[in-house]
Design a protein around this ligand. Structure first.
Ligand code: SF4
Length: 396
């Protein structure tokens, strides 16, 4: 039987390493649970460098839970525009309203209460409770699962119930060990409760008040260290073990079997799809439509479009409403959503005679203000670029 790494040693190494190597990220300068929650939602499936400007813009526009609860759904989607996985924004909005109604505007501070909110699962609840409130709540996302599977030599499918629970157990053990270690920030006093009460009474949104190393106590830093190590050092394909603080304790490293952990799972087969969009202009306004609820990109705007399979429209009745007036596409956009590789061709078109438009006529200026699905946003960017060129052409 392989010897298991000592969790206290692991926790100590992680805390030391994090103190020296943590990135200075904007949401690490606060203990405001709302700000941390928003960062955690944005970071799901999205890279840090992409999230930073979105998070900063969001916090300027909606600085607290009340502001988010009061905002209208379209402005929330507009702030999220381009980040993808829009259900995250819709859930955040619904959760904010629930916090105002159910928790009287006070941000929930237990894993159980947080898990009642739409879009909040065990990971996000643990992240908020540990990072904002310095509670010994465990976290397990893809990065952390990879680190733990290598450190403890856990093979098999990480998503299977048994293995997943094993990983959660290790994650909980580590954060609990961190709780018991002396907290340097508090002059060697190990007391999460002290830190929690400090966070509760601290003024929210004091973004510049703390340095990275000072934000939160051991529980907060331990979980952030695990995430950080997974993101920066213990990379999926080429882990930088020589720089890793856990290399002496890591089963995969010590047995030179980094590639064996975690077990690779078959990737979903990539599916190619093609759509054509109709760009219809009338009286300086473009025809656009809002996507219905309960579909991908629900409530976002788009130009009328139809999916094509083997050169024929999937919905011929819809396609028959439009007459393409230029055979050459104005724009061809490639983009990916989950396993789909999508091509969108945009054509200048008119409505067929007698066809009543379904949708809304919107000027170019107003189009900029509506939340659009990413590919369709590119069409607007093209239109804006063209209109600027036209203006330059006719200016003296
Ligand atoms: S030693 Fe290597 S494999 Fe082990 S946790 Fe560190 S980076 Fe990952």
């Amino acid at each position: 039987m392989k010897p298991e790494a000592n969790p206290t040693q692991l926790a100590r190494q992680l805390l030391d390493w994090f103190e020296r190597h943590a990135r200075d990220l904007p949401w690490r300068r606060t203990t405001d649970p709302y700000a941390i929650w928003i960062s955690e939602i944005m970071l799901q499936q999205t890279q840090v460098k992409t999230v930073i400007p979105y998070w900063e813009r969001w916090m300027r526009a909606l600085p607290d839970i009340g502001a988010l609860a009061r905002s209208d759904p379209q402005s929330v989607l507009k702030l999220w525009e381009g980040l993808g996985y829009y259900s995250r924004a819709r859930n955040a909005h619904a959760a904010a309203r629930m916090i105002v109604d159910l928790f009287k505007g006070e941000f929930p501070s237990t894993v159980d209460d947080l898990c009642r909110l739409p879009g909040v699962g065990r990971y996000t609840a643990g992240a908020v409770c540990s990072i904002a409130f310095n509670q010994p709540a465990a976290i397990l996302d893809g990065n952390v699962a990879r680190v733990l599977s290598r450190v403890y030599g856990i093979g098999g499918d990480l998503k299977s119930k048994i293995i997943n629970e094993r990983l959660w157990k290790h994650a909980a053990e580590l954060v609990d060990c961190a709780r018991q270690l002396p907290d340097r920030r508090l002059g060697g006093v190990s007391d999460c409760a002290l830190q929690i009460s400090e966070n509760f009474t601290s003024k929210r949104s004091s973004f510049s008040a703390q340095t990275t190393a000072d934000s939160g106590g051991n529980c907060s830093r331990l979980n952030q260290a695990l995430m950080e190590l997974g993101a920066l050092i213990c990379a999926p394909k080429t882990p930088a073990c020589v720089e890793c603080p856990l290399s002496q304790l890591c089963f995969a490293r010590q047995s030179n079997r980094m590639a064996d952990f975690p077990k690779s799972v078959a990737r979903p087969v990539v599916t190619r799809r093609k759509f054509i969009a109709f760009l219809v202009l009338r009286n300086n306004k473009y025809l656009v439509q809002k996507r219905p609820k309960n579909v991908v990109n629900a409530s976002l705007w788009e130009f009328p479009n139809v999916e094509m399979v083997s050169g024929a429209p999937v919905n011929p009745n819809l396609a028959a409403r439009f007459l393409i007036i230029e055979k050459k596409p104005l724009l061809r956009i490639m983009h990916s959503i989950t396993r789909y590789r999508i091509q969108l061709e945009v054509y200048r078109a008119e409505l067929e005679q007698g066809v009543k438009p379904t949708g809304t006529w919107v000027s170019l200026t107003k189009l900029k203000e509506l939340p659009f699905a990413s590919a369709h946003r590119k069409v607007i960017e093209m239109l804006l670029l063209r209109s600027q060129r036209d203006l330059q052409q006719f200016s003296f």
